[in-house]
Ligand binder design. Sequence first.
Ligand SMILES: [Zn+2]
Length: 365
Amino acid sequence: MLEILRKLIACRSISPCDGGAIDYCAEFLQELGFTCHVMQFGEIKNLYAKYGECDRCLCFAGHVDVVPPFSGWDSDPFELVVSGDRVIGRGTNDMKGPLAAALKAISDTNLHDKAISVMLTSDEEIMGDYGTNAIVDFLLDKKEKITGCVLCESCAKEAAGEYVKIGCKGSLSVDVNSVGSQCHVAIARYSGNCVNNLICFLNKLLPNLDDGNSNFEPSSAQVTYLNTPEIKSRNVVPNRATALLNIRFNDTWTFDSIENYIIEIAKQTHGIDIKFLRGQEAFICSTDEWTNFLKRSITKAINKAPECGIYGGNSDAVFIRKLCPVAEIGAPIHNAHMSNEYITLSDLNKLYNIYRQIIDDFFAV
Ligand SMILES: [Zn+2]
């Protein structure tokens, strides 16, 4: 498994480049008897590899691209270093490590009578239009049938595999401009104060959007930026104040309903101007049947029942759910994207055991 990971890490696959990783995976799977479709959409290289024909097909999905190394590394980010229990390199956690575990699990399985596919892209970190999104459209067009998908994405809270991510919160950015007139503070009570107005608006919006539901925790609105023009004075009221918010919302809202709610609050306060930037709506991408199956296999593999929920950020599950039920099982997300990024050997082995167990159980049904 470390040899596979070493080769993947050596590919300088900073999105949207794949650095040779797609060809490496295609060759690896081809040797196992997979039929490999390397698909170039725009500047993005993607892979859909398929073994066998059967009523039920299990798919492993992921990405080979990584974020840039930035600074602060103690070793070459594209050279695998094993130090104690840590396997260090850009992408070891997100998600070449889990991908290496999945490839090794597949290669150690007797594939006879089984149908397994592998879906890989190199644009996940930039979430472009030519990655998993385009592969899924291609497969829908081909009427490819996949029973269930495991996305090997970094999503665990603490130890690898102990978390099954079954959906995603929605994301909406809100730019708030509060506009007024510059004036003497003594008369602001009569002429209005745009900073006070902005605080009033935020006070109404921030505290409680909803109570959540069985799948989702309560939605949360967070201020990421707050600014007034460069007047630092105790007796002049500025003419403008700005706040940037990001709202992570649950599936009790749609984009329209949450935007209308915010617009209604804005109407109650003078001079508030709102701009929305939509991310994605909240969704659940697994079914109870698929989630319970995965939970049973993980429990068998690591002797511990995994937690299940929607912790963490966005992923390509948003696209794959159009094709089949999908859940994320991978490394702890807190180690992703950092300098000296690592996955522990024990987490790598745990993921290998989990993916193998899933394959075994899937075809034992
Ligand atoms: Zn990732």
